[in-house]
Write a protein that binds this ligand. Sequence first.
Ligand code: HEC
Length: 167
Amino acid sequence: MKNVIVGVLTLIVVGLMGFVFMNGRAYHGGEAGKVTEDMSTFKQSDNVVAKPTEKSDREKEDEKLSALRDKAGNAGAFKVSNEYKSKCSSCHGVNGSGMQNGKKLMGPKIIGQDAEKLYTDLIDFKAGRKENIIMKGLLMNLTEEDLRRFADEIGEFAQKAKEQNSQ
Ligand code: HEC
């Protein structure tokens, strides 16, 4: 009796193995494996069609960007402090132009301004003599020495951009 049960179970297991082999997924070597293979070739041919347009779109984008950079006099290639980058550039641009990729940012253009004028503006914002919630809130946690440093750095932007361009 035991032998009969074992024999039947063995038959069922072998039967299941056969079934899985015929109908299982790719790694079972079944029919589905062929479907997966078909899918990959289908995708590949799809890519071949999609690639050229994708590339030309990107090329167009690059052309636009480089045209904009040329327009902006290529300013922005010079190095700025990490402090400026992290605290100011999001609104005034990486080069103080108030622009990013041809779009106007929240803050005005500050490149080309004199360090003394910048310093006075910053102090005035901080003191509330010049009304601007954004700038005041930003400068709250900065000391007058910080403002001096920012003003001196930004005051040199125009000169730096010029040097960069003449290289
Ligand atoms: C969240 C955006 C934002 C950030 C960040 C920011 N600013 Fe401004 N900034 C402004 C705006 C908006 C004005 C215009 C305020 C006005 O004139 O009423 C301004 C004005 C200024 C001005 C006066 C410019 C002018 O010609 O009137 C200076 C100088 C300045 N910011 C420097 C800085 C410095 C330095 C930092 C970094 C410590 C900084 N800003 C960070 C938004 C920002």
